[in-house]
Design a binder for this molecule. Structure first.
Ligand SMILES: *Cc1c(COP(=O)(O)O)cnc(C)c1O
Length: 390
């Protein structure tokens, strides 16, 4: 079956008492058992039935099952935010005395998680240029626990060469953990490109228009000990499981994901092409533009779409602020892949807690504006941008 069909028709594990067509929201904490032995079997994991909603809930399980059916994963665990999915996965993977090889080009909170929070527990961060495969190879040693990357970095728009990097991680028997939030898993197969554990901030495309926070850990069975630790240790001990209400909304979001994405990616490409014609814009960064240094790689890995995030560079920070303040249709807000178009100045907001030196090392520039392109008419978005630049 095609993905669009699977996204809508994944069967429920139990028939609903009323034949409900969409998965009911099981807003309960605990579940009653007929017998003591059934209760013991559920607690020991011998049978997969929920006993307490911190670790299992029918609504969340159904959402996880749909993601499993769409990706071909062996295990999917849903968390209450993208950061919860990332932090739980890294905690399941790392230990004191081990190191993680990654890049300076990371989502700000992920960078801080690795370089501040996990560093406090004795994990070493090895920051390398992931476009230089030899440098990555040189950073890996016997204490390396994983290679972590984002498939397209934000706001730098660097595209990772997943096949080259996964060849390296296979050689060293370490997991390749990839944050794939920027391109939905309905568009490409991270598994086929060698990713062992895929992480998604489902807050973004999947939630269906910024309805709820969520995160997904999608395991492909190559590092079963990490998947097992996440599900049978960390859900219990860290308590960051997705809530049933969020799972309900995100299940609905999955049903419309491919149609929304197709339109948003088309809008983004159309807009990116038009923006290159405006003299006030010094540079337009978008992987599906032929002028992007990552054009070929992005086409080969993700197909012809390049996501719905664009960054543009203006002449100064003042020009960026002036531009943002003059926007009237496009919203001044963080977040990605809302149904509406959003604009932000990452340097002074998302990366505001970093020093100018740190930001320079991360290639986060004071001249960059990030646009998350929505579902409006691209003509209206372009007109608003043009008037704000004038
Ligand atoms: C938004 C985002 C996250 C964090 O997700 P939250 O749901 O906000 O915690 C992580 N990685 C990337 C690439 C993101 O865009």
């Amino acid at each position: 079956m095609e993905k669009q069909t699977i996204a809508i028709n994944t069967p429920y594990p139990h028939k609903d008492a009323y034949g409900a067509l969409s998965m009911p929201v099981y807003h309960c904490c605990a579940y009653e058992f007929e017998t003591a032995s059934e209760m013991a079997d559920a607690f020991s994991g011998k049978v997969l039935e929920p006993d307490y909603s911190r670790t299992m809930n029918p609504t969340v399980t159904h959402f996880e099952d749909r993601v499993k059916a769409l990706t071909g994963a062996t295990n999917v665990v849903a968390f209450n935010s993208g950061m919860a999915a990332i932090s739980n996965t890294l905690i399941a993977t790392l230990a004191a005395g081990r190191n993680i090889v990654t890049s300076r080009h990371l989502f700000g909170n992920t960078f801080s998680l690795i370089c501040t929070t996990l560093a406090r527990y004795g994990v070493e961060a090895r920051l390398v240029d992931l476009t230089d495969v030899e440098a990555v190879a040189a950073a890996i040693d016997k204490n390396t626990a994983a290679l972590f990357l984002e498939i397209i970095t934000n706001p730098q728009m660097e595209v990772a060469d997943l096949q080259a990097l996964s060849a390296l991680t296979r050689q060293h028997h370490i997991p390749l953990i990839a944050d794939t939030t920027l391109i939905p898993f309905t568009e490409f197969s991270a598994k086929d490109l060698g990713v062992d554990i895929e992480l998604v901030a489902s807050t973004k495309y999947i939630s269906g228009g910024a309805t709820s926070l969520g995160g997904l850990v999608i395991g492909y069975g190559t590092f079963p000990e990490i998947e097992k630790r996440l599900k049978w240790e960390l859900l219990f001990n860290l308590g960051a499981y997705m809530t049933p209400h969020a799972a309900y909304m995100q299940t609905l979001g999955l049903e419309t994901l491919s149609v929304r994405y197709a339109q948003q990616a088309w809008n983004a490409k159309t807009l990116a092409e038009q923006l290159t014609l405006l003299p006030e814009i010094r540079r337009v960064n978008y992987p599906a533009l032929k002028s992007s240094p990552y054009y070929e790689l992005a086409q080969q890995q993700f197909g012809e779409t390049g996501g719905a995030m664009i960054t543009i560079d203006l002449e100064s920070q003042e020009a960026c602020f002036r531009f943002l303040e003059r926007l009237s249709l496009v919203h001044r807000a963080t977040n990605l892949f809302d149904n509406r178009t959003l604009a932000i100045h990452p340097y002074s907001t998302i990366f505001g807690a970093f020093t100018p030196e740190e930001k320079a090392a991360m290639d986060v520039l004071p001249t960059t504006i990030r646009l998350s392109v929505g579902l409006e008419s691209p003509i209206d978005i372009l007109n608003d941008i043009k008037q704000a630049l004038a």
